[in-house]
Design a protein around this ligand. Structure first.
Ligand SMILES: NC(=O)C1=CN([C@@H]2O[C@H](COP(=O)(O)OP(=O)(O)OC[C@H]3O[C@@H](n4cnc5c(N)ncnc54)[C@H](OP(=O)(O)O)[C@@H]3O)[C@@H](O)[C@H]2O)C=CC1
Ligand SMILES: CC(C)(CO)C(=O)C(=O)O
Length: 352
C-alpha cells in the first residue's frame, strides 16, 4: 500500500479538518472520515462538506463527518488532533475502533506517553505542525499559514514502511511534511517557540507582526521566556532538534537578538512590513480564549514549569504566563492585558 485507503481524523477541528479535507481534495479516491462534534461537527455532517479557505480561495470538499467512534473502524491511518487535555478521554473512547491503524498525533504538547498505553507501539507516530489553521465558522476552516509539519516514530518499534505510509498519506494534503527520527526534540523546539507566542496572546498581540518588533516586549518578555525554557530543558536533559527555516528555535533567537543591534530595528521594521511581510498567526490559545474554551497552556508553558519542578529549579516567567492565561480563561468576556502592562509585569517577575 503506498497511501492509506481510509483516513480518519479524530478531532477534526482547525488542524484536523484542514489536513483531512486537503487529503480528500487532492486524492479523492481516499475515504476520509472527519470525527468532530458540536456546531462545527454538526455543520460538516449536515452538508457532507468541509469548506477550506486559504491562498487558493475557498474549496468545498465532500467528506464523511461523524461523531460515532465506530466510523473510524478499518482506517489505515488516523490523524489524532484533539486538544492535549482531551487526549486520554478521546483515545479511550475510540480505542476499540483504532485496530491496526497507524495513529499520527499532530498536537502541541508532548502526548506520546498519553497515547502509548492505548495505541500499539509499532503504530504510534507523533509530530508537530508549524501550520496555522482556524475555524472561522462551523464547517469552515482557514489556513493562515502553511508551514512545515514534522512527524516521527514515538518508539523504535515503528518500521520504515509505517513511516513511509504516514509520510505519503499526509503529504497528499500538499502541505510540507518532514520525517524526523528525533521527534521529541522537534516537539520541544516547537514548544519553546510557542512559549513566546502564547505570551503574546496575553495582550492579543500579533506575535510576528507586532510583538517581536516591539523592543521592550521582545527583550523583557519574549527573549527571557525563551532563555528560561532553554535553561530548563538543558537542566532536564531534553535535547532540542533543529527544524528548517524560522521554525528553528535557535535561529529564531538569533534573529530576535539581531534586532537589538544599532540600526537594525528600523531596517527590520521596514523590511518586515514591506517586502517580507510575515504571516499573522491566530494562536490556538487565542482561539480558545475567544471561544471561552480551556486552553492548552498547562502543556506548553506548563510543560516548562513541570520540567523545572522535576529538576528543582524555578521557571517564574513561564509560570507567570500559565497563571495569567488561566486568569483570562476564568472570565466569560475576555479582556486582554495591554502590551505595556505585560512588559512591566514580566520585568517585575524577572526582578530587573
Ligand atoms: N490551530 C492551529 O493553528 C494549531 C494547532 N496545533 C495543535 O493541534 C491540536 C488541535 O488544535 P486545533 O485544531 O486548533 O483544535 P480544535 O479545538 O479546533 O480541534 C479539536 C476538535 O476536536 C474535537 N473533539 C475533542 N474531543 C472529541 C471527541 N471525543 N469526539 C469528537 N470530537 C472531539 C473538538 O470539539 P470541541 O470543540 O467540542 O471540544 C474540536 O472540534 C492542538 O494540540 C493544537 O495545539 C498545532 C499547531 C497549530
Ligand atoms: C505556532 C502556531 C500558531 C502554529 O504555527 C501554534 O502552534 C498554535 O496556534 O498553537
Amino acid at each position: 500500500m503506498t497511501v492509506a485507503k481510509k483516513v480518519s481524523v479524530i478531532g477534526a477541528g482547525a488542524i484536523g479538518a484542514m489536513f483531512g479535507g486537503l487529503i480528500k481534495h487532492h486524492q479523492p479516491e481516499t475515504e476520509v472520515v472527519l470525527i468532530a462534534r458540536g456546531d462545527h461537527g454538526r455543520e460538516m455532517q449536515q452538508r457532507g462538506i468541509v469548506s477550506l479557505r486559504g491562498s487558493w480561495g475557498q474549496r468545498d470538499v465532500p467528506i464523511t463527518a461523524s461523531s460515532d467512534p465506530a466510523a473510524v473502524a478499518g482506517s489505515d491511518l488516523i490523524l489524532f488532533t484533539v486538544k492535549t487535555q482531551d487526549t486520554v478521554a478521546t483515545a479511550t473512547q475510540f480505542a476499540d475502533w483504532i485496530g491496526d491503524a497507524i495513529v499520527v498525533s499532530l498536537q502541541n504538547g508532548i502526548n506520546q506517553h498519553l497515547l502509548a498505553p492505548i495505541v500499539r507501539e509499532e503504530n504510534l507516530l507523533v509530530g508537530m505542525t508549524a501550520t496555522n489553521m482556524s475555524i472561522d465558522q462551523p464547517g469552515v476552516v482557514t489556513c493562515n499559514r502553511s508551514g512545515v509539519s514534522v512527524i516521527g516514530p514515538a518508539s523504535k518499534r515503528v518500521t520504515g514502511a509505517t513511516l513511509d505510509l504516514a509520510n505519503r498519506t499526509l503529504a497528499a494534503s500538499q502541505l510540507p511534511i518532514e520525517i524526523s527520527d528525533r521527534i521529541l526534540g522537534a516537539q520541544y523546539n516547537k514548544l519553546l517557540l510557542n512559549t513566546m507566542g502564547y505570551a503574546s496572546v496575553l495582550s492579543a498581540t500579533d506575535f510576528l507582526r507586532e510583538g517581536i518588533l516591539d523592543r521592550d516586549w521582545r527583550n523583557q518578555v519574549a527573549l527571557p521566556i525563551l532563555d528560561e525554557g532553554l535553561r530548563v530543558l538543558a537542566a532536564a536533559n531534553r535535547s532540542i532538534e533543529r527544524v528548517g527555516g524560522m521554525s528553528d528555535v535557535f535561529r529564531f533567537r538569533r534573529m530576535l537578538r539581531t534586532f537589538n543591534l544599532p540600526g537594525f530595528q528600523v531596517l527590520v521594521r521596514n523590511v518586515l512590513r514591506g517586502p517580507l511581510r510575515l504571516p499573522s498567526l491566530k494562536y490556538s490559545v487565542y482561539q480558545d480564549l475567544m471561544r471561552n474554551r480551556p486552553t492548552e497552556i498547562d502543556y506548553v508553558n506548563g510543560e516548562v514549569v513541570r520540567l523545572a519542578n522535576e529538576c528543582h529549579i524555578d521557571a517564574p516567567l513561564n509560570a507567570e504566563v500559565v497563571r495569567l492565561v488561566h486568569e483570562l480563561e476564568s472570565v466569560d468576556d475576555v479582556t486582554f492585558f495591554s502590551r505595556r502592562e505585560i512588559t512591566e509585569r514580566f520585568r517585575t517577575v524577572a526582578g530587573c
